[in-house]
Ligand binder design. Structure first.
Ligand code: ZN
Length: 158
């Protein structure tokens, strides 16, 4: 009988692997996530741990953020998005400014686009950017017109 009310508090089918290198990264309902105990993070707070059976990586219930597990440090990731969104620079200039490879930025954008909802939420909070700016960025990413976007903005400023 598939009825309501008998769902466990933690439905593992809702969980997705947070390892971007995993073939099931971000995919839910694949039965690859199993419970892996809890860890104590504060006096009163236990965090659930999960394990992905496909890649063997474990993660905690708080690590479901888009950029979790990347080798690029978080500050750099946010600097990249700051340059892209607030300064509205093209990828090449952002790469120079933040000292990361253009390919890394392209990869970040791809990951971000795959998890756009969470990324938007995160970027809104961290960088205080408007949803309009975010939408323009994603449109440019989708159309491959990031460079044109930057140039158009530059022309307006002249
Ligand atoms: Zn995995």
């Amino acid at each position: 009988m598939a009825g309501k009310g008998r769902k466990s508090k933690y439905n593992l089918m809702d969980k997705a692997c947070t390892n971007v290198a995993c073939s099931l990264y971000g995919k839910t309902g694949m039965s690859n996530i199993v419970s892996n105990g809890t860890i104590k993070v504060k006096q009163s707070e236990n965090r659930r741990r999960f394990l992905c059976k496909v890649c063997g990586k474990s993660f905690s219930s708080r690590s479901g953020q888009p950029f979790y597990g990347l080798r690029t440090p978080e500050e750099k990731i946010f600097s990249v998005f700051h340059q892209l969104l607030v300064k509205e620079k093209p990828i090449r200039e952002v790469a120079k400014e933040v000292k990361v490879k253009s390919d890394t930025i392209r990869r970040l954008l791809k990951i971000a686009e795959n998890d756009r909802e969470k990324t938007n939420e995160l970027l809104c909070k961290k960088l205080n950017v408007s949803s309009t700016k975010l939408k323009t960025l994603w449109d440019s990413v989708r159309d491959g017109t990031l460079h044109e976007r930057a140039m158009a903005i530059r022309r307006q400023k002249l």
